[in-house]
Design a protein around this ligand. Structure first.
Ligand code: ADP
Length: 494
């Protein structure tokens, strides 16, 4: 019992923290980024604040020295008031030695005693004396109460005497500044963390919302609801995914519909000839068996119905093998015009018996690479469809056109035509236009699907132009090749 409860608890914990979900990933990424940012800020302030401060301070000292020197050369009294002001505002110790006289302007806040900087001054003055340069500076680091400081000294030549200017700048950021900076950092860190958490939350909700919506729709689809609509509003990628899923769902629905249709059609198509075969066989047994003429006529009906059944089953097998890419092609170079002529000739008998007007307009020989038998099957299918769907206007035209490196085959009829909104579907398997059902024309809707598969295997272009009530033009186009050498020699020999 306790074991079960434990399992349930761990399962619900797993559900709560799904580390691979978009929400958690975004949330974690933002938190890590924010923490990193805060750490960088704190690191910078802790490790580099002093060096930043030192650099800024020495630049300030150099600038101050230049100004003071220039002022001293101009006017000594205004120099003094400038020195007092600068020392006060910039926390500097300024001293000038004019001959034996020393003037000190001490603006350092720390009360270090009157001669606190005495040793610094004598050191830098000695350094200046031994240096060929007109100014020297050094940074003194010690842990005494005075702390680190920048010590500067330079000669100022005015009125023929050399005076020495010394500036000492304590190198520690004053505690108030440091405290303000730290306080600011605490606020900044807090704001960064809160803002990134809010942002991560908003972003993850916005990102996962369309995905969750799509998942819900997909679950509905998998439960058999084909009317479901995929809505990926929000992002381009989710919109594209939704579009692809809507298309897939539409295709599934279509296939489902056609499959239901074909089961109905095939059962009907199988039932009619089987009933016919059975009733004619019974008729032979019961009635016409002894009359050779009538018996033969009944047997012919049985044979024709068997052929029909055979065609139906063969078509279904062809579609299935084309679909599974299980077709072996016997590729050869042959004259398409010649192959089309034999198709035309095979329909002549039917044309005269059924009263069809069938015309053949060939072009010059056009050699193509392909499976002659299968291409013949394609052309035969076009022509037999033309016969089937030519209605009362029994006119059929087989036309071949040759242009540079291309040959086009057309099978034109002036029959029932195809409604504009259905024309795109005639190549789909099991598709039969609405007009067929009304007219009761027999068919399986598999012929053009087989043709499409075969033409695709040949890399041929194909299409149909049609107008309802006016007729159709089914065509395909293939690349031509050079006449094979063997045929040329055969012809010469002939
Ligand atoms: P079917 O066995 O029904 O003829 P097909 O795959 O050969 O199957 O053709 C699919 C559908 O295309 C037909 O049912 C018919 O509606 C339409 N079709 C094909 N050829 C023609 C044509 N020449 N004229 C009008 N409609 C045609």
């Amino acid at each position: 019992m306790a074991d079960h409860t434990g399992k349930r608890a761990s399962r619900s914990a797993k559900k709560r923290v799904d580390t691979s979900s978009i929400k958690t990933t975004i949330l974690l990424s933002f938190v890590v980024f924010a923490l990193f940012l805060v750490m960088v800020l704190w690191g910078l302030s802790n490790f580099f604040l002093n060096s930043f401060y030192e650099r800024a301070r020495s630049q300030e000292v150099m600038r101050t020295a230049e100004t003071l020197e220039a002022q001293f050369k101009q006017d000594r009294y205004s120099f003094e008031s400038l020195a007092v002001q600068t020392a006060g505002t910039n926390d500097l110790y300024i001293r000038i030695d004019i001959g034996d006289e020393s003037l000190v302007f001490d603006g350092t806040r720390e009360v270090l005693g009157s001669d606190a900087f005495e040793s610094d001054v004598s050191r830098i003055q000695a350094k200046l004396a031994s240096s060929p340069a007109v100014s020297v500076s050094e940074t003194r680091r010690d842990s005494s109460s005075m702390g680190s400081r920048l010590v500067y000294a330079s000669y100022i030549s005015a009125d023929g005497t050399d005076s020495i200017l010394c500036i000492i700048a304590p190198l520690y950021p004053d505690q108030v500044t440091v405290r303000i900076l730290r306080d600011m950092l605490i606020y900044i860190s807090f704001i960064v963390l809160v803002v990134s958490l809010l942002l991560a939350f908003a972003l993850s909700v916005r990102l996962s919302a369309p995905i969750e919506k799509l998942t819900r729709s997909a679950t509905e689809l998998s439960n058999g609801n084909h009317d479901v609509y995929f809505d990926g509003a929000g992002f381009t990628e989710t919109k594209e995914l939704a579009r692809a899923l809507n298309k897939a769902s539409y295709e599934m629905e279509k296939t489902d519909f056609y499959q239901r249709e074909i089961i109905a059609n095939v059962s009907h198509d199988l039932k009619t000839p089987l009933t016919m075969i059975r009733s004619y066989a019974e008729k032979i047994i019961d009635i016409t068996g002894d009359n050779p003429e009538k018996r033969n006529s009944d047997l012919n009906v049985i044979i024709s119905e068997t052929e029909h059944l055979n065609k139906l089953v063969t078509d279904m097998l062809s579609v299935s093998s084309l679909q599974s890419n299980n077709v072996t092609m016997n590729m050869e170079t042959f004259d398409l015009v010649q192959a089309a002529r034999s198709v035309y000739e095979s329909f002549l008998a039917l044309a005269s018996s059924e009263g069809f007007e069938i015309h053949f307009y060939p072009c010059k020989p056009a050699y193509v690479v392909g499976d002659r038998t299968r291409m013949t099957q394609v052309m035969t299918n076009f022509v037999s469809n033309a016969v089937k769907y030519s209605g009362d206007n029994k006119y059929i035209e087989i036309r071949l056109n040759k242009s540079s490196k291309k040959v086009t085959f057309h099978c034109i009829d002036r029959g029932v035509g195809i409604p504009a909104d259905e024309i795109g579907h005639v190549w789909d398997k099991y598709y039969r236009t609405s007009a067929n059902h009304e007219r009761g024309i027999e068919g399986t809707g598999l012929g053009l699907a087989i043709v499409k598969g075969l033409l695709n295997l040949h890399g041929a272009k194909y299409g149909v132009e049609s107008e309802e009530g006016k007729g159709s033009d089914f065509w395909f186009e293939m690349e031509t090749v050079k006449k094979p050498a063997a045929e040329e020699t055969e012809k010469k020999d002939g």
